[in-house]
Each structure stands twice: as structure tokens, then as C-alpha cells.
Design a protein around this ligand. Structure first.
Ligand code: SF4
Length: 499
């Protein structure tokens, strides 16, 4: 999957995944790979097809203030990762330490990385320098763990994020977030650390784990306020000092359930963890109960908040109904939450596929969905997601790019999960009803899809695919069909304008 855009069949560069793993083990990376295998289990299905996992770590680094993020890997991977980062609006430079086979095998690459890290470690500019080993340097055993932990008071975080060890880009976010939390926890154990930019909260806080729409932490904060609690930082954080505040919480809300390494750090720091999220009526009620119990809030206080919030959520859901059958698939880790919200909005959701693994932190979501007859597929492959679209013939398919493409080819309206669903609030009152407009608008486009399907029927396959082994035949009947349809559409438009 050179180019960093997609990981097809879990093959790292041009070698097979087993070869890469063997090479990495021989090069001293066994401990790291074993930890990833335990944290990010791939079974019962194979590794899902997704973008290059390292993108997750890169994105977390690039979104942090005063943090330099450097890649060590093949130029084609770095090109793809850099392109994708800027496509998604990174406003920072991506560092790169290039190599060739000679610098790789002689150890000069490690010296080059060492030099690059020293040059970047300027405390006036940076709190941390992150260096990410991609597939080839990991398989070759480039020993980032031998880098100094601190240079000129700038922290140095070296991580291996190979496509043959970390299954998805979602979990790669956890690799870096977990490494940073471990570092910050160690600092906090040694002595006083920086307070958050806005000062320390005067209330016990709830750290929110998982990237979410910016309005969600605000909505969660409003729900927590009457409980005498406050929303803490969102992890992955946007600044180093937020890591200390995140660790200094009363409870961690594992909104995204796959942050295994990060959760290990919170557990080591003695923080309780609550799974699922305040989505819809049932999800919000259960979440408030769990947060209240974890923080020792009196039950009547929790009940009072529920009495206020739940009718408001119910009202918002009723005012924004969704009618139709929808399949959901994605690789963000919030797929089960989205499905819950759609079902409470009135939609029929027969299938949810997520590229992320099953963990205990999404168990209540899985149980809730399965009780409603939903097929929940963890570590879903592209084939499983596509098979679900074919089997359930939904009115709308929410999914990854290839799932969306497949659905549209069948004339089924489809929405890209990452750009169109993840970019909306899901929690509390603001989340209830937030999906309805985009989902209903997409489903209402069915007639347009049917017209397009009819217009292009027979085009793009066989001798109309653009690959001609013989001289193409003229098809006057197709030209005539297009002419008739365009004339009919123009007539319809004119009639509508006159109404
Ligand atoms: S780093 Fe590995 S997974 Fe990522 S694009 Fe390169 S070969 Fe593929």
C-alpha cells in the first residue's frame, strides 16, 4: 500500500505481512509487537482494509501545539501520509528523515534520526518531538527506544506504528496518546507539573477519551455541571499540559472504546473508567448513572439531571425523525453510538460494522443494539460491509469510501461516515436530531439515483468501460435515450418553475 492511502490485505510495502513481522522480531521488536497484538486483537476476522494506520498517530501529533512530528519510513509512505494530513487540514509541517538501503542497514538512519531530533528539540518552540517508525524501519529494528527521553527539556517520544502490527489508524491514535500519557504520568509522579492553560478545575473532572465533534464536550459539560462535575480534557489532547489534567480526573469516559493503551495508563493512575456515551435517551440515562456511581454523586442528584435531560433528548429525537433502513460501517470507533442514535430517531438499522475491535468499553452498546436485532460486526472487513449493503438493500448506506461507492453503483444513497457523520454532535440534546437532516436529505435523493442509474445503464462495463479491444460500435440508440431523458428533465424543471 505504498503511498500511504490504503492498506490492502494487510500487506506492508512489498513484502508479505508475515515476512515483515519475522524481520521485526529478528530485529528486536518482539516486545512491541506482542504488546500491540494484545492491545489490538485482530480476530476473529482478518485485519480490516483501512488507510495506513500510521495516519492516526501522525494526526494526533500534528494536532498538538508545540509538538514536532517526524516520520521515518519509505518515501512513498511518507508522501501518502503527508498528502492525507494536508488533505485533512494539518497546519503543521510533517518532518521526515529519509533513508536508503545503505543508511538502513548500517545504522546511519538511526544517527540521522538522532540528529534530526536534536535539531528540533528547541524548548522555545516545542514541548515534545514525536518520531514515528513506519513499516520498514520497524521491521528493520531502528531502535527509537535508544533516543534520549529529553533533550533541552523537550520530551522525545519514539513509537513504532507498522501496518503489520497496528490494525487501524484509530488504534494508532491510541499508540501515540498512550505513549504520551505514560510519559506525562511519569513526570507527574516525579513532582509538580504545569497546570492547564485555563487553570485547574475547581470541580472533579471527567476526562473524555476519543476525538469528537467540538460541541460534544460542551454539551457533556452542561450535563455534568448540576452533578458537581466538569468536563475535563479530550484525549488525544491538543497540548502537552492537558495530559496532566487528563490524568488528574475523577473518572475517564471511554467515549471511543478502543483506546486500550491510554486506558491502561489511566488505570495505572487509579482512575475509574466508564464505557459507552451519553447518546439518545437510553444511552444518556445509563451513562449519567455510571458517571454518578463512579464519582460518588448522590442518586437523587443524578435523577434530577435525568429528569431534565431525558425529556429534552426525547423531544429532539421526536422532532427530527428518521424513517428508513440504514446500514452503518466505519473505522472511527463511534459506529455503535451512531447506530444507537439512528435507532432512537426511528430508523431501522440491521447492520453495524466497525473496523475496531470488541472491547469491554462498548459492551453495553453492543448488548443494546443486539437486543434491537442489529448485527454488530467488529473488525468488519470491506467484504462484510459490502455484503451487508447487498443483503439488507438499505435506503441509505453510511460507510467508508469503497462502501459508499458500492452502494451508489447500486443506486442506493450513501454517506461517507468520516466526513459527514463524524463531523456532527452525537451527545446529549445537541446530538439528538443532529443526524436527521443529513440522513433524511440523502435518503430523499433516491429518485435522483434512480434517474442516474437509468441514464448510465450499460455504461462503464463491458465494451463501454473505456477499454476497447475492437473498434467501438456506434450506439445511436443510447444517444437517443440520453437526448430523450435530458429533454424530459428540462421539461419537468420548466413545469416546476411555473408552479
Ligand atoms: S507505513 Fe506500512 S502500512 Fe503505511 S503505507 Fe507504508 S507500507 Fe503501508
Amino acid at each position: 500500500m505504498a503511498g500511504g492511502a490504503a492498506i490492502e490485505g494487510a500487506v506492508g510495502c512489498h513484502a508479505g505481512v508475515d515476512e515483515m513481522r519475522k524481520a521485526a522480531a529478528a530485529a528486536g521488536k518482539t516486545e512491541t509487537l506482542d504488546r500491540y497484538a494484545a492491545d489490538y486483537p485482530v480476530g476473529p476476522h482478518d485485519q480490516p482494509q483501512s488507510m495506513c494506520p500510521a495516519f492516526g498517530s501522525l494526526r494526533v501529533g500534528l494536532r498538538m501545539r508545540r509538538t514536532a512530528t517526524v516520520l521515518s519510513g519509505s518515501a512513498c509512505c511518507v508522501y501518502g501520509l503527508t498528502f492525507t494530513s494536508h488533505f485533512y487540514g494539518a497546519r503543521r509541517s510533517v518532518g521526515y528523515v529519509p533513508f536508503n538501503s545503505e543508511t538502513l542497514v548500517t545504522g546511519k538512519l538511526f544517527e540521522d534520526i538522532h540528529e534530526a531530533v536534536f535539531k528540533l528539540a528547541d524548548p522555545a518552540l516545542h514541548d515534545a518531538v514525536v518520531i514515528i517508525n513506519l513499516c520498514v524501519p520497524t521491521a528493520s529494528g531502528v531502535p527509537l527506544q535508544l533516543l534520549p527521553k529529553t533533550i533541552n527539556d523537550v520530551r522525545v517520544i519514539g513509537i513504532d506504528v507498522p501496518g503489520f502490527g497496528v490494525p487501524t489508524h484509530a488504534e494508532a491514535k491510541d499508540v501515540l496518546a498512550g505513549a504520551m500519557l505514560a510519559y506525562a504520568r511519569n513526570e507527574a509522579e516525579q513532582g509538580p507539573v504545569q497546570a492547564p492553560r485555563g487553570g485547574k478545575s475547581d470541580k472533579p473532572t471527567v476526562t473524555l477519551l476519543g476525538e469528537m465533534f467540538p460541541a460534544d464536550p460542551i454539551g457533556i459539560g452542561m450535563m455534568l455541571e448540576p452533578l458537581g462535575l466538569a468536563a475535563g480534557p479530550v484525549v488525544p489532547t491538543r497540548e502537552w499540559r492537558e495530559l496532566y489534567a487528563a490524568l488528574d480526573c475523577a473518572v475517564v469516559a471511554a467515549i471511543h472504546p478502543f483506546y486500550t493503551a491510554s486506558l491502561r495508563e489511566f488505570e495505572t493512575a487509579g482512575r475509574p473508567i466508564v464505557g459507552s456515551a451519553p447518546v439518545g435517551v437510553d444511552g444518556t440515562a445509563a451513562w449519567l448513572d455510571a458517571i454518578g456511581a463512579a464519582c460518588g454523586v448522590a442518586a437523587d442528584k443524578v435523577d434530577a439531571v435525568k429528569a431534565k435531560m431525558l425529556p429534552a433528548i426525547k423531544g429532539a429525537l421526536a422532532a427530527n425523525p428518521v424513517r428508513g433502513r440504514i446500514t452503518v460501517s466505519g473505522y472511527e470507533g463511534s459506529e455503535l453510538l451512531v447506530a444507537r442514535l439512528l435507532i432512537e430517531s426511528g430508523a431501522e438499522v440491521p447492520y453495524v460494522g466497525t473496523a475496531c475491535p470488541r472491547t469491554r468499553w462498548s459492551e453495553s452498546d453492543r448488548a443494546w443494539l443486539e437486543a434491537k436485532g442489529v448485527k454488530v460486526q467488529y473488525r468488519a472487513s470491506l467484504e462484510q460491509d459490502i455484503a451487508a449493503v447487498d443483503a439488507y438493500a438499505p435506503d441509505l448506506a453510511i460507510g467508508t469510501t469503497p462502501v459508499v461507492q458500492h452502494a451508489k453503483q447500486q443506486g442506493i444513497p450513501a454517506l461517507y461516515f468520516t466526513n459527514l457523520i463524524s463531523a456532527r454532535p452525537l451527545m446529549g440534546v445537541a446530538g439528538a436530531g443532529s443526524l436527521a437532516v443529513v440522513v433524511n436529505t440523502a435518503m430523499a435523493n433516491k429518485a435522483r439515483f434512480d434517474a442516474m442509474t437509468e441514464l448510465f445503464r450499460g455504461v462503464g462495463a463491458g465494451d463501454t468501460a473505456g477499454v476497447h479491444e475492437d473498434v467501438p460500435k456506434a450506439r445511436p440508440e443510447f444517444r437517443e435515450k440520453v437526448r430523450r431523458q435530458l429533454a424530459a428533465q428540462a421539461k419537468k424543471r420548466k413545469a416546476e418553475e411555473m408552479i
